[in-house]
Design a protein around this ligand. Structure first.
Ligand SMILES: [Zn+2]
Length: 336
């Protein structure tokens, strides 16, 4: 079933509507980007971290060890990359730096060698909107001496910088983009200081926004209204440029942890929501940035049904859609 809102608002429709407009000089830079292709751009992203309440409910020690990936999570990541590649796609990974302290990182090198981009997800999965050093991460609440004498900005800066260095030193990987731990419904709007910090750290795009949408009642089948609202929220998940020039490539609902962990969805509900959202992107020429976590998906979708479905929808769309990394989505918006 194809689902599209009455007036889909996408890069393409916005740009088309604004073409030739006399007010174009007053518009934010997002609208002044070069005309994008008519192809829908679909990204599949996996955040390489451990998720609380996986592999079983009650497991929250990961809050302190986000980068201590277990073997099933690593195996799922490698296999997901292989499956996506076999189906003509790629996966954009975002890596928590602390995983680079593990004795073996061959699995990550293998993913990178397969042509899959790997971005920075901070070293300890820190909260970029924190107002104190210990608020940035559970680890620092338990062990505040690790951030003693540092400002919040210094903690964040070091946490991001070390991940970029670690990926290069340990794996020879050039970092490809940045994603904030947690998604913010208001993105980084109003936080020019954080935008500038990311620019200073060498990033010209970041994935920080996760729009508000309906979830329905936990443990119940989502209503038609919930599915409809998730499709509606796709219009709020389109790329744009912040005043500082940093490009935002939002995450597109619904995420795996939002569906499975928070709302106890069955896999079929999740597949239906993701299908509707991807089909919206194909129909409108928009962007869909699928967000999931191998630590969650290895439990909830062990047969990789979601990734296979996304690849199949894009394949069936022919030249109307392509699977890309977030860097390619951001590229038309980045100033020369
Ligand atoms: Zn994360």
């Amino acid at each position: 079933m194809m689902v599209a809102p009455d007036t889909p608002l996408t890069r393409r429709s916005m740009l088309a509507a604004l073409a030739g407009s006399s007010v174009s000089l007053c518009l934010p830079r997002a609208f002044a980007a070069p005309a994008p292709s008519n192809k829908a751009q679909i990204a599949i992203t996996l955040d390489l971290e451990m998720s609380r309440h996986y592999p079983e409910r009650g497991m929250t020690e990961w809050d302190y060890q986000k980068g201590n990936l277990d073997q099933p999570t690593k195996d799922y990541s490698v296999e997901a990359a292989r499956i996506a590649r076999d189906l003509g796609g790629i996966i954009h990974f975002f890596c928590v730096g602390r995983v680079l302290e593990q004795p073996n990182v061959d699995w990550l090198k293998e993913i990178s060698a397969g042509g899959h981009p790997i971005g920075n997800h901070t070293y300890d999965h820190v909260y970029l909107l924190a107002s104190s050093p210990v608020e940035t991460q559970f680890r620092f609440q338990r062990a505040p001496w690790l951030v003693e004498g540092m400002s919040t900005e210094q903690v964040l800066y070091e946490n991001i910088k070390l991940t970029t260095i670690g990926l290069k030193d340990r794996c020879g990987i050039d970092v490809n983009g940045f994603r904030t731990p947690g998604g913010f419904r208001d993105a980084l709007n109003g936080r020019e200081d954080i935008q500038q910090m990311l620019l200073d750290l060498g990033f010209n795009w970041a994935s920080c926004k996760y729009p508000a949408h309906k979830y329905g009642e936990p443990m119940q089948e989502p209503s038609a209204e919930v599915y409809k609202d998730i499709v509606r929220a796709q219009t709020e998940s389109q790329p744009f440029v912040y005043p500082t020039g940093l490009v935002e490539v939002p995450m597109s609902p619904i995420s795996d942890v939002g569906a499975f962990r928070s709302t106890y969805w069955k896999l079929d509900y999740f597949l239906k929501a993701i299908r509707m959202a991807v089909e919206w992107a194909v129909e409108t020429g928009g962007v869909f940035d699928f967000l999931c976590h191998p630590s969650c998906m290895v439990v909830e979708d062990p047969e990789f049904k979601t990734i296979k479905m996304i690849c199949e929808i894009v394949d069936q769309a022919g030249d109307r859609a392509e699977i890309v990394g977030l860097d390619k989505i951001a590229a038309p918006f980045i100033e020369a």
